[in-house]
Design a protein around this ligand. Sequence first.
Ligand code: 13P
Ligand code: SF4
Length: 350
Amino acid sequence: MTESECRAAIAAEREAWGERLLILGHHYQDSAVTALCDAVGDSLELSRLAAASRAERIVFCGVRFMAETADILARGPEGGENGRSVWLPAPKAGCPMADMAGAEALEAAWARLTEADPKAAWAPVVYVNSTAEVKAFCGAHGGAACTSGNARRVLGRFLGEGRKVFFAPDQHLCANTARQLGLPAEAVALWRRALPDGGLVPQRIRAARLVAWDGCCPIHAGYTPGDVVAARAAHPDAALLIHPEAPTGVTALAEEMGSTKAIIEAVSRAEPGARLLIGTEDHLVRRLAADHPELAIRPLRPIVCQDMGRTTPEALLRVLREWPEETLVRVPDALIPPAHACVRRMLALG
Ligand code: 13P
Ligand code: SF4
């Protein structure tokens, strides 16, 4: 089948399903895939769309945690069968960062933290880049999810209420957001999962405002200050826009740090002729460069998320035609009520 035959076949299936189907795509998908989606967005926008949708079937061109989040929202606060389902065309598309935090290990760390500082009003906050089990852990303890687009709002709310936050899995999003909120670096203690008790003595836990799990996005965390030096040497007058999954030593050198959506908005606001270095996933950077020929857009250093790249138009067509069992994403019923509470609290915070 040629590319154009595949596109035409997808359009025919899409047409036949009408409003009973919603095809969502993350900004890090290849342009050949985003062109076939009903809506393209960052994690926060896509969660909102999944929550608002009444479609019977949502097909998620992205990675598993995003499809799970859509399923948690589509199934409602109680879970169970309601005739709605979520499908992931590339069932192997995971997220290495989400895999760095298991619910059992978080539960054990939570017990240790709350024991070390029992007077504190602890709250868990989990990055949406986490498994459904981890969201259920968070919801069961009264916490909320966040995305890179609302981490500041969500963490700001909990900290503003005098809560002490256990944040997982992304240490860099946590540290960058803490800095945006005006907290000193010492306010964040790092829980090192390979060490007994996270490597934290009780005094350190009591002194911290936030405790961050030591997970990271292996793609964004690979940026170094040396990348910035090299890119600035090649493009001396370019402004750097960077995603908050990058380490603080790199984001501190940027003109602007923001979520995927914030980066896209900053690009749309740039004056013609502006030179921009962008520190995030390369499918998006290449699309921005193609969509904005009036700007000089370069990657800080090209970084590719292999998992995001797994979805192809062919895989999408296969789902729309055959609905293979292995592409159905179904969060276990027992996890839905606490995981739903975790994600709904995030959406309620904005
Ligand atoms: P956004 O929250 O910006 O969509 O990012 C999701 C992601 O996976 C970034 O690596
Ligand atoms: Fe996960 Fe990083 Fe890929 Fe985002 S870019 S899906 S955080 S591995």
